[in-house]
Design a protein around this ligand. Structure first.
Ligand code: NAD
Length: 480
């Protein structure tokens, strides 16, 4: 059994109330530990610790902060195996994926911002011979950072690293469904004697810990990654305080497959973009829009490749998909599929819960699922499923392809498949999406702006956008 504790002011502590939540293991559906069911009292302690620590941390030089981030990265790297096992055990993802993507990216988040902060410059404007304007950056204060369960350490550190780099202190809230690697990160902080109170981690439910952070008058900045419905509530709660708010939300991401594409790589990468991490990545493709001229060929190759995907024990490297995050989430995913079929979508493959033999029988496995949908008003075409489920839809003209791509309230990530450069530029401009990948997917450069349009988010993070968000920029005008 793993007992996860809060990390407040450099100490591991249970919730003030003593309450705990059970932690479920997706691969076998068993409880394997507990986490604190923290509430407003724990958040208050963490905010106080962060405020006290702020006096020292904000005065550190960028070189000192950079060195601390590099130290954190190095110790996570040393403990790679423990982080990989924990991420898979907690989230259900294949260990191989955690080893290839999640944990290396968490390390890279610290290293990237350790470097970025050293290369940041201020601006100066010689307004006239006797007037000089210049800018100065300062930390915002105590940063409230709220993360989801799908890429637990990857997304939590995408917030913690730039927040610390910019001189803020932190109260972070991991998802209650995947708290384990955040706990291991706190162990790393303690092991390297990271200054007490600078980075606090409080576990518990969103409605308790998350809400207490969002509505805390002395937490001036909230960075939230999660669902669009939760974001609405957070926006309402944060509005009276005029907080700095970054919202990275859901998607219903289209892949536009034009007839001029290189078919084999469009199929191979679209399978990967649809089903990596069991489809539980906000950037995963969920609607494949295919030129009717190549629809039969694409659909045949795609469905065949999907049927060859292996689902099972996330500890075994031959399995490409592990288990979904929770029993409730699997029910939700299955509900979308069953309603789609009832409404008239054609099931091309999948559509069932899986129950592997033996000790994994109660795990939350689901078949990779492909549906043919021709009516964009279908729920399955409109709502984020966030699981291993995609739809195929043919289009006849370029205009129809763009209309279908833009026919949902979301606008996070699109992929475009074409060998025609003009078509690539034209479609990239026409599609309503914060990120567009042409003939590739999940090809990330941490310097680029990351974020969504429409209901997929507000604001951009990444590179200088994160440095801007996590600092206050001041203009100073000097009469010489
Ligand atoms: P969620 O909104 O349920 O929860 C996200 C976090 O918010 C959790 O830590 C949760 O405890 C907390 N929370 C819940 N209610 C809260 C409240 N009232 N106040 C404050 N905090 C609260 O989302 P989820 O189910 O954990 O994650 C899945 C969603 O996240 C999907 O919609 C997915 O697309 C989105 N996501 C977006 C990105 C992105 O970068 N755009 C990345 C990953 C996931």
């Amino acid at each position: 059994m793993v007992t996860i504790l809060n990390y407040i002011d450099g100490r591991f502590v249970p919730a003030v109330s003593g309450r705990t939540l059970d932690n479920w293991r997706p691969r076998d559906g068993r409880i394997y530990g507990t986490l604190p069911a923290s509430d407003v009292a724990d958040v208050e302690l963490a905010v106080k610790a962060a405020e006290v620590a702020s006096a020292g941390w904000r005065k550190t030089t960028v070189q000192e902060r950079s060195q601390w981030l590099l130290k954190i990265a190095a110790v996570i790297e040393e403990r790679m195996d423990a982080f990989v096992c924990a991420e898979s055990e907690d989230q259900g993802k294949p260990e191989a994926l955690a080893r290839r993507v999640d944990i290396p990216r968490a390390i890279e988040n610290f290293r990237f911002f350790a470097g970025a902060i050293l290369h940041q410059s201020e601006e100066a404007f010689a307004s006239s011979a006797s007037v000089l304007n210049y800018t100065q950056r300062s930390p915002v204060g105590v940063a409230g950072l709220i993360a989801p369960w799908n890429l637990p350490l990857y997304l939590l550190t995408w917030k913690i690293a730039p927040a610390l780099a910019c001189g803020n202190t932190v109260v972070a809230k991991p998802s209650e469904l995947s708290p384990y690697t955040a706990f291991l990160l706190a162990e790393v902080l303690q092991a390297i004697d990271f200054p007490k109170g600078v980075c606090n981690i409080v576990h518990g439910l969103g409605a308790e810990v998350g809400d207490a952070l969002v509505s805390h008058p002395r937490v001036p900045l909230i960075s939230f990654t999660g669902g669009t419905v939760t974001a609405k509530r957070i926006s309402e709660r944060a509005a009276p305080f005029a907080k700095k708010l970054s919202l990275e939300l859901g998607g219903k991401n289209p892949a536009l497959i034009f007839s001029s594409c290189e078919l084999a790589s469009a199929i191979t990468t679209s399978v990967r973009s649809s089903f990596t991490n069991q489809g539980e990545i906000c950037l995963c493709t969920s609607r494949l829009l295919i030129d009717q001229k190549i629809f039969e060929d694409f659909a045949h190759g795609f469905v065949k490749a999907v049927q060859e995907l292996t689902v099972g024990d996330p500890r075994h490297s031959e399995n490409e998909l592990g288990a979904l995050i929770s029993a409730a989430h699997r029910e939700k995913v299955d509900g979308y599929v069953q309603r789609a079929v009832k409404a008239g979508a054609k099931l091309l493959t999948g559509g069932r819960k899986l129950s592997p033999p033996g000790e994994l029988a109660e795990g939350y496995y689901y078949e990779p699922t492909v549906l043919l949908v021709t009516d964009p008003s279908f729920e399955i075409f409109q709502e984020e499923v966030f699981g291993p489920v995609v739809t195929l839809t043919p289009f006849a003209t370029y205009e129809e392809a763009i209309a279908l791509a833009n026919a949902t309230r979301y606008g996070l990530a699109a992929t475009i498949w074409t060998r025609d450069l003009t078509e690539a530029h034209r479609a990239s401009a026409d599609v309503e999406s914060g990120l567009v990948w042409v003939n590739t997917w999940m090809n990330r450069d941490l310097r680029v702006p990351f974020g969504g349009m429409k209901a997929s988010g507000v604001g951009r993070e990444g590179g200088r956008h994160s440095l801007d968000f996590y600092s206050e920029e001041k203009n100073i005008c000097l009469q010489l």
